[in-house]
Design a protein around this ligand. Structure first.
Ligand code: 1PR
Length: 523
């Protein structure tokens, strides 16, 4: 029996799912006594350091946690569950941590995109039971803006490199804690969790111990989901956002089965977009939530879900906030949510007033779940102009001239699945959303969507150079070399595709096989 400390701040379902998939039973802490009586305690922290410690204090968990840690029983902290063990954090300087490990938690100070999101390696520093059966060169999933800095080098279990070397796991007797997420790290992550759970596992030092580690470029499979005309929930795919073929919604398969298949083939992440979210309200769209629940029981890589995340008033006049909608998605197994149309509305309001409202969906969800959980999905379309001064937008010079030979263009944001263009450009939208607290940009391109013509590198370069958060390049992948192009010629951290995966024209394994040895990827 594994005891799980869920202090109610976010998605711990994936941890429960991962442990249950190993055949274990999970008991969730409901009162302080449950911590004291635990035999093996797992603490997956979520959210922010200050609010986590506030809840632990309010619930009376701090004393029992300190007693448990001192008792010599097994403990596994994950992410913020690692940070909690330290004395303090730069994320909330006035707040005291549990102080089990001397040292502090520091904000990443690197000349790279923060949060550090994705699959990175471990330089293993000492033997541990966690490593039984691992070769040592595996990559694990990270998503964080802060990292720990223990004073005692003896506590360092692994380090990882991202701009500089930081401590990515600690070990002090039976107390283990990782910055990365084993529950989101595929088969190797499950193995690591199993090593923690199983009795009689020996401490091992894997054979391969890289001195330096590298963050992998991610390959993401995207599933656009909607009900077809018969009411079945299907994965569909548009050509420049038009998903109908001979009047019918294209049906490319069942969402859970496809997601499971992509996970098995090596997808680093799965994204679901409820493409009718702008007109249907997700909380009434129970099948979509069920898709997420079922997928998260079988798929152990990060899941993003988008569509319909905004404030909503139902027919009875009950008002739902975007935060409530997101909360339901997180509870159902999402690790990140993606906001499309509402991000445009929020950015327009911000530009008009010149100040943050403080209660926009982006700000609220980032405050409660952290920036890394908020992805902005941008649906831009090229608008050509003869001269940069013709419009008050971020204009680029393009190597692909317009129909009248125009040498310049800007990328117009659209809402409602591309149906409505707005007076806002994609570069400005990305910048504003970053300022409001978004953690990642999913950069689509309507002109390229479903064309197999390759990514719009000009768009990706323009947005990537305007923001400091990671960018997912999307739309247009048709061949393996398109992925190499996007990684060699832009700074995008990941590349997303849909059509070629669904139609099995270019499977994920083929993309990864082609990229191996050319760019850093997760094997
Ligand atoms: O506006 O917050 O409700 O979110 C709706 C979400 O649904 C947005 O993220 C928007 O991008 C998406 N969406 C809406 N309508 C469509 C449509 O196709 N009619 N899908 C749509 C956009 C997602 C793309 C696609 C890539 C790769 N498709 O990410 O997967 O273009 O495709 P490809 O590899 O086949 O070229 P809200």
């Amino acid at each position: 029996m594994i005891t799980l400390l869920d202090y109610g701040a976010g998605n711990v379902r994936s941890v429960v799912n991962a442990i249950e998939s190993l055949g274990e039973t999970v008991r969730t802490v409901a009162a302080a006594e449950d911590i004291l009586s635990a035999e093996k305690l797992v603490f997956p922290g979520v959210g922010a350091f200050g609010s986590m410690m506030a809840i632990l204090n309010r619930e009376g968990y701090v004393g029992p946690l300190k007693a448990y840690l001192a008792s010599g029983r097994p403990f596994l902290g994950i992410c913020l569950g690692l940070h909690a063990l330290f004395e303090s954090s730069e994320e909330a300087p006035a707040v005291e941590g549990l102080g089990f490990i001397q040292g502090t938690v520091k904000r990443f100070a690197v000349d790279r995109a923060v949060p550090h999101i994705g699959w990175n390696g471990l330089a293993i520093r000492q033997p541990s039971r966690l490593f039984e059966g691992l070769a040592g060169d595996e990559k694990f999933y990270f998503v964080h803006s802060f990292h720990v800095a223990p004073e005692d080098p003896a506590a360092v279990l692994t380090t990882t490199d991202y701009g500089y070397t930081f401590v990515s796991a600690i070990q002090k007797g039976p107390v283990l804690a990782t910055q990365f997420h084993p529950e989101k790290s595929g088969r190797n992550g499950l193995r690591l969790l199993e090593n923690f759970i199983k009795p009689g596992v020996q401490a091992t030092l894997p054979d391969i111990r890289p001195e330096q580690t590298r963050l992998a470029k991610r390959i993401i499979a995207c599933l656009d989901v909607r009900a077809n005309d018969r009411g079945d929930l299907v994965v569909t795919k548009g050509d420049q956002y038009d998903v109908r073929e001979e009047g019918e919604v294209r049906n490319l398969g069942k969402p859970v089965e496809l997601a499971r298949g992509y996970y098995e083939e090596g997808a680093d992440e799965i994204t679901f977009l409820n493409i009718t979210g702008f007109r249907d309200f997700p909380l009434e769209d129970m099948p979509m939530l069920e898709v997420l629940r079922q997928t998260s029981r079988k798929v152990f890589v990060p899941l993003t879900i988008g569509g319909g995340i905004r404030n909503y008033t139902d027919v009875n006049g009950r008002v739902y906030s975007a935060l409530e909608v997101a909360a339901e998605y997180f509870r159902s197994g999402a690790d990140k949510i993606s906001i499309g149309s509402d991000a445009v509305t929020i950015a327009e309001a911000y530009r008009q007033t010149g100040r943050k409202s403080g209660d926009s969906a982006i700000e609220e969800i980032a405050r409660v779940y952290g920036s890394q959980a908020v992805v902005i999905s941008i649906d831009p379309r090229r608008v050509y102009v003869h001269h940069p001064a013709d419009v008050d937008h971020h204009v680029i010079e393009t190597a692909l001239p317009g129909p009248e030979g125009q040498k310049y263009c800007w990328y117009q944001c659209t809402v409602k699945g591309g149906r409505e263009g707005r007076d806002l450009d994609a570069v400005t939208l990305a910048r504003v959303c970053e300022e409001l607290g978004a953690g990642e940009i999913l950069l689509n391109c309507i002109d390229r969507d479903g064309t197999n013509a390759g990514f719009d590198l000009e768009l990706i370069k323009a947005v990537k150079s305007a923001v400091g958060i990671p960018v997912i390049a999307s739309s247009g992948a048709g061949r393996v070399d398109h992925f190499l192009d996007v990684f060699r010629r832009t700074e995008a951290e990941s590349a997303l595709a849909a059509g070629i995966f669904h139609r099995r024209e270019v499977p994920i394994g083929t993309v990864k096989g082609f990229l191996r040895g050319k760019v850093e990827i997760r094997s």
